[in-house]
Design a protein around this ligand. Sequence first.
Ligand code: DSN
Length: 441
Amino acid sequence: MTSPDTPGTTEEMAATVRSIRSSVRAHSKRFENAIPLIASENLLSPYAKELMISDFHSRYAEGKPGERYYEGNEQVDEVERTCLALARRLFRCSFADVRPISGTVANLAVLKALAEPGAPVGTARLADGAHISSASFGAFGLRGVKPVYYPWDPAKMTFDPEGTRRVLREARPKLALFGLSLFLFPQPIQEIADTLREVGAVGWYDAAHVLGLIAGGEFQDPLREGCTVISASTHKTLPGPQHGILLGETDDPELVKKLESAAFPGVTSNHHLHTMAALAVALAEHIAFGTAYARQTVRNARALGEALHGRGFDVIAADLGFTRSHTVAVRVAQEGGGEAVAKRLADAGLIANKNLLPGDTSPKHPSGVRLGTPEVTRVGMTERDMDRIAELFDDLLHKGRSTDTVRADVAALKHDHTTIQYCFAAGEAAYRYYDLVGRDP
Ligand code: DSN
């Protein structure tokens, strides 16, 4: 056995560290030359990114500002108070909690606060676009709640309000989740708000995908339409760090207490202070720049849908203008199916993901790909670029151009769009690798 501090081991581990650094640098380069179209991804601004490697990363601050279990938290408290105030201002709400460390953890917090094991909870089905939190193998299963499924209207890509009213009246859940991972259109929550009140259900909206659009005034405003609680991740259309958030509009102190104690100590011990600080910056920047960003993100998605449709792709909801969000869904059964198409696209530098579409029966073999415009918008692309992207899809998937030549064209298109926009310090390198040490071990 070699002892861990023998020179041989040290050299071996130095080589391992070099290799890890090299993989991460290669990844950054790859994305700098690619066109990332994952609907759930985005880029941090330089000021937000900087805080991710600050000393906040090293600290504990369990509890709330001013009520901590650790010493040394004065500046953490200042930043967290600012973060909470910015969240309440941006989403025009009375309650915010930024301790959940991810969207799924935020979902777990809501389930812990507002549903007992065995209770019915309303949701859409996975094949209709719901997040895996709603699955028996996800947060719903962990909390042991029973999903009550809303009927779906595939022609509108929303739940069917009439059927949903019926389901809510029959199952009488005390919690009803809205919000999706394949999120093309605002959901008709206003239409069923009276039924939520009638059965005494708290309307809960998972806004992870559309958080930045809601804040930018480009999507429905769930807290004004019948929902009381929002859970979300903070790194999709809101271009913040990978983190979670709870928001609410309520004058019920009991509800607030339940949500807060579910956030801590329910589903987190320490929250991640560096990401919380980065989130505060992202919220401030979204207040300053988010309206323009959200508008262009949706315009780009609609333009991408239109341009793909014009080139013969089976874009979902063509008769409804393809999308009102950042996402476009394309049925690619003719092109080889979701899995094969997503792989071919990625080989050519067009990064997307396979996705279940309504009517699909096998999660392993979805018929669709999901495309999103948060990141391409963040680096300054506009409608013209969406047309070019659709042309590259067409070249690769319909016209038989080689992967290598398409990849070269993808890199050429991306070449003019590698700096960050819609934030302070706009124009800085978007895919920068921060080399703090300045040399390899
Ligand atoms: N799985 C993420 C998505 O891509 O939609 C959400 O957590």
